[in-house]
Design a protein around this ligand. Structure first.
Ligand SMILES: Nc1ncnc2c1ncn2[C@@H]1O[C@H](COP(=O)(O)OP(=O)(O)O)[C@@H](O)[C@H]1O
Ligand SMILES: [Mg+2]
Length: 284
């Protein structure tokens, strides 16, 4: 039941530098996209938060989402799982039409999307293993722990912990782990639900730079080895340039940048962070 990806993950990670050979984007794009967003607008009451956003996510790619605080990154991620008020456009995720879900389909949609958050969102007093196992409850209906988890679930959770490099912590309470380790648990938990897409909203914003690199390496390895597209919001430009295949940049809810990371540099991305016009008027 161990997948080749699981068995080969460590060897592949040590053999390749973070910027090692990658499947060319053009090749990835011969597959069907797992996420298709067209002309998406999201509005809270009368405030438009996203305006005319287009996005495709193809199997195997890691796409960085950049933009100043408040530019709409989290809202875009929330629209993919039916948590944002979509006012126009279309959103398809892993075969689900998010703007037109059938009865009960929201649960399947959310079980198809693995999520990783800035604050890890683990249950602190529960063991690392149990936290990973909760990923298996996703989409299984109301949480029902009475029957416990099957041995197959436990085996898979341990394999995933091994893959993310913290199998030795399986029995420890989640709260006893460092931030970098907790984020690895959260990634294992997301994998436990066998996601078709992974969304990581500022997954390294609470980690120091070295740990940030290693967590992003792990997410990219998952994208590559498992073919799962990863959309990761980041606010540190060099991290996005070092760890993504493509970059999408939002400013005030509009897409200002969209391109292959190899074609972009800090100068091309700087307009995302320019001061607002009203501040520009104050030039002195
Ligand atoms: N539930 C909400 N109600 C009203 N406004 C919201 C809500 N959520 C987000 N916003 C607004 O949407 C804009 C984009 O927010 P967000 O997507 O969180 O940006 P980012 O993740 O890029 O920092 C912000 O101006 C924020 O105030
Ligand atoms: Mg955000």
């Amino acid at each position: 039941m161990t997948s080749p990806a699981l068995a080969g993950a460590d060897a592949a990670a040590s053999a390749l530098p973070a910027s090692g050979p990658r499947t060319p984007t053009a090749e990835l794009r011969q597959a069907l996209p797992l996420v298709t967003v067209r002309d998406l607008s999201v509005a809270y009451d009368t405030t438009t938060v996203l305006d005319g956003v287009d996005l495709d996510l193809f199997p195997g790619e890691m796409v960085a989402l950049l933009g100043a605080s408040g530019s709409g990154k989290s809202t875009l991620m929330r629209s993919l799982t039916g948590f944002a008020p979509i006012s126009a456009g279309s959103v398809r995720v892993a075969g689900h039409d998010v703007t037109n879900l059938a009865r009960g389909e929201l649960r399947t949609l959310r079980s198809d999307v693995g999520q990783v958050f800035q604050q890890f969102n683990l249950i602190p007093r529960l063991s690392v293993l149990t936290n990973v196992l909760t990923g298996a409850l996703h989409g299984a209906g109301p949480i029902n722990m009475i029957g416990g988890f099957s041995n197959a679930h436990r085996r898979r959770a341990l394999e995933l912990l091994d893959r993310v490099g913290i199998a030795h912590k399986a029995g420890a309470p989640a709260r006893s782990l460092s931030g970098g380790q907790q984020q690895r648990v959260a990634i294992a938990r997301a994998l436990m639900q066998q996601p078709k897409v992974i969304l990581a909203d500022e997954p390294v914003a609470s980690l120091d730079p070295k740990l940030a690199d290693s967590v992003l390496d792990l997410l990219r390895e998952i994208a590559t080895d498992d073919g799962i597209p990863v959309l990761v919001s980041l606010h540190v430009l060099p991290l996005a340039l070092a760890h993504s295949d493509r970059i999408i940049g939002l400013r005030h809810g509009r897409m200002l940048v969209a391109g292959a990371t190899s074609q972009l540099d800090a100068a091309a991305l700087s307009p995302l962070y320019d001061d607002d016009e009203e501040h520009d008027d104050d030039a002195h």
